[in-house]
Design a protein around this ligand. Structure first.
Ligand code: TNX
Length: 512
């Protein structure tokens, strides 16, 4: 087969006709996301009892990347895989090379020969991604030989994100960490956490303690809800950070705030606290735009959040503010954006911000769909023309809470059904008229949880569509191809199963 021919570029786009059985794909052809380039050549490296991970003694961080990779490989292979400092000798070698050409901030090179596998990157993040590629080149269980060859790889988009809504249904930090591990192995680098909504406020606040204590005690359907302490949140951020996943926290405003209005009477225009809410309607709550106390509130809350956030972004929502008049909305968003800037962060907001006055540098997250009015899309082209960058989360492509088809039990269908193919088969670089690829910061798949309250339903809705998001965000445009992708995805099935992910066995994918 061509995959075995030395020196032949066996990248996934060249993997042969769609009929080729998944079981016949070489490990390089199974890689997901598809790497920018693969050259198969020479003898491979056999992992065995003597294999060591060589992480440079010069960088603590590289050592940590090596330790984490060793831990992951130990779990699947059962090998000892000690992490050692020495750079010369057989085994897996992690090398930082600030001058390595063409790799950018997250790219890497992975070279396999008979004496070992060398991972090279300009940054520890690049080495981490290289390690995730190496995991996929080894068997799901047990040990094996990585075939000889070189992968040279770098992402298409800087922002490759997933969002989890912990407000409609409460989920523990432990469960979200599990998602971080699942995402990071496919090179997703951002976790957007929707922390607040009408149904619950999920993060402890020192200045407004009732938000979490009272406003956290509800969720859709009347369950007990819950909230994270600051320490738990810090722990999540650190855990994600070690896997090169940035956390983008969202406090949604000026709408989606019933939990806050229930916790503090003074936040309401009429001075009366609202009832807690456990339904699924949207667009009925608003902060009191004319009250100065409102701005002290967002300053306190966003200030505390900025302090907990090492990443550059704070997400301030701004969607579905149907109970806030347009002029009030614009005035409010002016002040909210100023607060974020003053706390040293960059604004992200849902694309409704385009109808107000996006602050310089603000990033807009598009969540429209086929039925979104052309006017609204034109606004986005204008905003992109003015220098704002967009994150694309089209609801009829990337909303993980949309049902796959009529038979899907959890989920919604307001943006239509989103089968696995539909979710992958579009090009973020040309998707919005008048929004050229450089204006696209990246892609994100949100998981809203009005109908999702269990780990099983979360797994089922997110997987396998999440892998499509990962490939859209990472792989070069020229490698985007459903026939090839569906086979790469099929080849990941046993990996997902081994990780106990209850994924949807979509009928349009040739699972082995
Ligand atoms: C729209 S997307 C919303 C959310 C819902 C979601 C359900 C967006 C910015 N707002 O409030 O949870 O649809 O699919």
């Amino acid at each position: 087969s061509c995959a075995a021919a030395p020196g032949f570029d066996a990248g996934p786009a060249d993997a042969g006709p769609p009929a080729r059985p998944v079981a016949a794909l070489s490990p390089y052809e199974r890689l997901l996301p598809a790497p920018a380039s693969v050259r198969m050549a020479g003898a491979g490296y056999r992992f065995g009892a003597a294999t060591v991970i060589r992480a440079s003694g010069t960088s603590e961080e590289v050592r940590r990347v090596g330790e984490l990779l060793a831990e992951q490989l130990r779990r699947s292979s059962g090998l000892r895989l000690p992490v050692v400092d020495a750079q010369t000798g057989d085994g897996v070698r992690l090398r930082l090379d600030a001058a390595a050409p063409g790799l950018g901030a997250e790219g890497y090179r992975l070279e396999t020969r008979a004496d070992g596998v060398t991972l090279t990157a300009r940054t520890p993040a690049g080495l981490f991604h290289a390690g995730q590629t190496l995991r996929q080149l080894l068997p799901v269980r047990g040990t094996g030989t990585v075939p000889g060859g070189t992968v040279t790889d770098a992402p298409r988009f800087a922002y490759r994100g997933a969002m989890i809504d912990v407000a409609r249904h409460y989920f523990t930090v432990e469960q979200v960490k599990r998602y971080v591990d699942q995402l990071a192995q496919y090179k997703v680098n951002t976790l957007h956490v929707h922390l607040t909504d009408d149904q619950g406020w999920r993060l402890e606040s020192a200045s407004w303690p009732r938000l979490a204590e009272y406003g956290g005690g509800s969720e859709v359907g009347g369950g007990p809800g819950g909230h994270w302490t600051k320490d738990e949140y810090r722990d999540l951020v650190a855990y994600a950070g070690e896997r090169y996943v940035d956390v983008v926290p969202e406090i949604d405003m000026p709408g989606h705030v019933n939990a806050a209005l229930a916790s503090y009477a003074e936040l309401n225009c009429d001075g009366k606290a609202r009832e807690r809410y456990t339904g699924t309607k949207v667009g009925f709550s608003s902060l009191c735009v004319g009250k100065e106390r409102t701005y002290e509130f967002i300053d306190d809350v966003l200030g505390e959040l900025a302090e907990l956030t090492p990443g550059r972004y704070l997400h301030i929502g701004g969607d579905e503010a149907h109970s806030t008049p347009a002029a009030d909305y614009a005035a409010f968003m002016d002040r909210a954006q100023e607060v974020v800037g003053r706390h040293g962060k960059t604004v992200v907001a849902w694309h409704q911000l385009a109808a107000a006055r996006p602050a310089p540098g603000a990033v807009l997250q598009y969540w429209g769909h086929g039925g979104t009015p052309a006017k609204e899309k034109e606004h986005l082209a204008e905003v992109a023309g003015a220098g704002h960058r967009l994150i694309l989360s089209p609801a009829d492509r990337l909303y993980l809470d949309m049902k796959y088809d009529t038979t899907t039990k959890p989920g919604l269908a307001w943006a239509g059904y989103v089968p696995v193919k539909r979710s992958y088969d579009w090009d973020p670089g040309t998707f919005l008229p008048g929004v050229p690829e450089p204006a696209v910061l990246g892609v994100e798949a949100p998981l809203w949880t009005e109908t999702i309250g269990t780990r099983a339903d979360w797994d089922f809705m997110a997987f396998p569509r999440m892998l499509g998001l990962a490939e859209l965000g990472w792989s070069p445009a020229a490698k985007r191809d459903w026939a090839g992708y569906s086979r790469r995805l099929a080849a990941q099935g046993p990996r997902l199963a081994a990780q106990d992910i209850a994924f949807y066995r979509a009928p349009d994918v040739p699972w082995p």
